[in-house]
Write a protein that binds this ligand. Structure first.
Ligand code: BG6
Length: 488
């Protein structure tokens, strides 16, 4: 397939995301020979720099984030693609100059405009881009999260952008969709015969979806305090993991067929009443422990803040496949381990238990730190007699194929340049996800109680254990026993 000749216009080019993630991702695609050799990168931001000064900044701040495949020669050929131009989002004349730069060359197949800026700049940027013709059909606009802070602000942002760009030009980023191990759920479920027949309420007792981080809020105290775990992680990343786990087979792999199925999952999430929020959700906040600071001692976090750094929710999906199956969702900062995983716990089968007294099967899909699928089951214990012990089948995705495994941002940027929308959120999906989290946000905001404290570096608040215990379940890390216990 020939690679499109692109202009990649990066708004917020001096920002943290550009330096840490976006330029390194573009470098990797370049180093792997996956970008059209004539494709250009045009950085824009308010900083009054020239190209040489911008490149010096990239040299100092971005290059260090390139962890593999680095060579001086490739870095030099990569940076030769980059130009920089100062631009103030409030000045129409700056957009006219931008259009001049873009229009000055011929043969551009597509123009990617990446808005790595605060969302308040999206509306003026889109308006001025449209005024200079930078919303033509070959223009794609990429929106970085957060896309709003609630349903209303998200609707506003979407409406502002939609005034100037058609939906099929809009690429809403959720970097979890760039993770290979998340995408892998589609072939895992729909290209194999082993899973689909049991992937439902008849066989599955509960599902757990976890994103746990060991990091605290680091330098992002100000942003994080206005955001919290529910907005930062649940409304987007956790919901996407849920969609890939729970969706029905899409009619095809086209962007809209996949997104239609995801939308149906989000729309089928049972709305939580205020009483449900009290019963089925837990919010926590990390407290100082050992050498680790508590959340309220972090830089730019006000003392007495009630922002949650941990959220756990018992959700339910009201579809014939899933009715009655609890989906336990959780995420938190400053926890004991870093992981993103999906655990499906199967019901015990009486006829198996009658012979072997075995525990239940489990599938663990790990997105990070490793990328694996583990099927936990039982095998014969060696020796005389016939008893079973627990064992595991491991599918190691990192070693399953020879191909280089790219980071999420590289994958997503290549998808944009190639014009494939499947790994980006459609407007209706995003708004539906906000709709589902709103009652939780509202009830938490109205609740005068502080979030449950948990020691930094622990497994989260105890209240989150009770959320599962009520239903006879336990978080996966506390529940390995039944699988390890030898069967009779
Ligand atoms: C971001 C959140 O979207 O995802 C961060 O804003 C979080 O708070 C990050 O740390 C986690 O991403 P990953 O890929 O490291 O799990």
């Amino acid at each position: 397939m020939s690679q499109p000749n692109f202009d990649f216009i990066l708004f917020g080019a001096t920002g943290d995301l550009a330096m840490r993630k976006l330029l390194p991702a573009l470098y990797q695609a370049h180093a792997a020979g996956l970008l059209n050799p004539n494709g250009r990168i045009l950085g824009v931001s308010r900083s009054p720099l020239d190209t040489a000064q911008y490149l010096a900044k990239a040299e100092a701040e971005s290059r260090i984030h390139i962890k593999q495949n680095f060579s001086e020669e490739k870095w030099a050929s990569f940076t030769a693609r980059i130009r920089y131009q100062p631009l103030d989002v409030s000045r129409p004349e700056d957009f006219a100059r931008l259009a001049d730069t873009v229009n000055a060359r011929e043969g551009t197949d597509c123009i990617v405009i990446y808005l790595s800026t605060a969302p308040k700049f999206f509306a003026p940027a889109c308006e001025h881009l449209a005024a200079v013709g930078l919303n033509a059909p070959n223009v794609r606009i990429v929106l970085e999260k957060p896309l709003g802070t609630d349903l209303e602000s998200s609707r506003e942002i979407n409406a502002d952008v939609a005034r100037h760009f058609r939906e099929n030009q809009i690429y809403r980023i959720d970097h979890y969709l760039g993770k290979e191990s998340l995408q892998n759920l589609l072939p895992l479920r729909f290209a194999n015969v082993f899973f689909e027949p049991v992937w439902n309420r008849d066989y599955i007792k509960s599902v757990q979806i976890t994103i746990a981080e060991t990091l605290g809020v680091e330098e992002r105290g100000e942003f994080y305090d206005a955001t919290g775990a529910l907005r930062d992680m649940v409304q987007n990343h956790i919901v996407q993991m849920l969609c890939f786990t729970a969706m029905e087979r899409p009619k095809s792999l086209s962007a809209d067929d996949i997104r239609d199925e995801k939308l149906k999952v989000i729309a089928a999430l049972k709305p939580l009443s205020a009483a449900d929020v009290a019963r089925y959700t837990v919010r926590g906040q990390y407290a100082a422990s050992g050498s680790l600071k508590g959340y309220t001692q972090e830089h730019k976090v006000p003392a007495g803040s009630r922002t949650e750094t941990y959220a756990a929710i018992r959700a339910e999906i009201d579809t014939p496949r899933w009715a009655g199956v609890p989906f336990y969702l959780r995420t938190g900062k400053r926890l004991s381990r870093r992981t993103a995983e999906i655990v499906l716990d199967f019901k015990r089968q009486p006829e198996n238990a009658a012979l072997f007294g075995c525990g239940a099967n489990r599938i663990v899909i790990t997105l990070q730190p490793d990328e694996t699928v583990r099927l936990k089951g039982f095998v014969k214990q060696a020796g005389s007699g016939m008893s079973a012990i627990s064992a595991e089948m491991l599918l190691d995705l990192e070693h399953a194929a020879d191909a280089r495994r790219a980071e999420a941002y590289e994958i997503l940027l290549r998808e944009v340049i190639d014009g494939r929308l499947a790994l980006f959120n459609r407007r209706d999906e995003l708004e539906q996800a906000w709709q589902w989290v709103m009652p939780i946000l509202d009830a938490w905001a109205a609740d005068p109680a502080a979030p449950h404290p948990y020691p930094a570096g622990s497994n989260g608040p105890e209240a989150a254990e009770k959320l599962l215990a009520e239903n006879g379940d336990a978080w996966a890390e506390n529940d390995a026993g039944s699988l390890k216990t030898p069967c009779r």
